[in-house]
Design a protein around this ligand. Structure first.
Ligand SMILES: [Mg+2]
Length: 221
């Protein structure tokens, strides 16, 4: 194998890298209120949407396209306006930096690429090769499959996510989901949705997706 080859490694953004739930949720609920979509009225309702693909769950609950646009648009706006209140989870910038030499890091998110890019820039988090955001499509399954077509041949491709919906979409796309314990859904919910492994901490995540780098990161020989 080409020694410069970097295997693909896929990440969700919100709840994995960015601690954004409060800001996202406030904007999303405001959008639902504004669009007259009463089925989503509490933070728990928002959390439950992430059991599957958010857009599909909204439609299943009876939301029209305009209402979905309003909710998604307001949450994106809230994340832009409230960017200073959204911080990285401790140690995730360091873990991404460590991984980026050895892996092709791609963020696959239902958030907009602009929000993700702004966040990475604000916290000088380097090493992300590309972002497949909301503009690239609503389905993470489709976005992941497109990446596998462009970068074929890796034995195991991990998708790092924090919701049951992430675990399900990763499985459908043919990659291996790893759930993080610090995100929007708890480990039991992630395991029930098909998580292959659960990372309790960012160091744990590094050990799962790139075991050969673990010793470096922990500073042991
Ligand atoms: Mg997430």
């Amino acid at each position: 194998m080409d020694p410069s080859h970097r295997p693909l490694l896929l990440f969700d953004h919100d709840g994995v890298i960015a601690d954004s739930f409060e800001v996202f949720c406030a904007g999303f609920l405001e959008g639902c209120r504004h669009a007259g979509f009463a089925r989503i009225a509490t933070p728990e309702d928002v959390v439950d949407l992430f059991d599957g693909n958010v857009y599909e769950r909204m439609r299943a609950l009876g939301a029209g396209e305009e209402q979905i646009r309003e909710a998604v648009g307001r949450s994106a706006q809230a994340l832009q306006m409230g960017a200073a209140a959204v911080r990285p989870f401790p140690l995730m910038p360091e873990v991404l930096g460590e991984l980026s030499d050895a892996r092709r890091l791609v963020v696959v998110s239902s958030n907009t690429a602009a929000v993700v890019e702004g966040f990475l820039r604000r916290y000088t988090i380097g090493g992300v090769a590309e972002i497949a955001g909301a503009e690239a499509g609503q389905s993470k399954v489709d976005k992941i499959r497109a990446l596998l077509e462009r970068f074929p041949g890796d034995e195991t491709v991990w998708y790092v996510g924090d919701t049951a919906g992430d675990m399900r979409e990763a499985r459908l796309a043919g990659v291996t989901p790893v759930g993080v314990a610090w995100g929007w859904h708890d480990p039991q919910r992630l395991a029930a949705a098909g998580a292959e492994r659960i990372a309790e901490t960012p160091a744990d995540l590094l050990a799962i997706v790139a075991p050969e780098l673990r010793a470096d990161f922990l500073g042991v020989d």
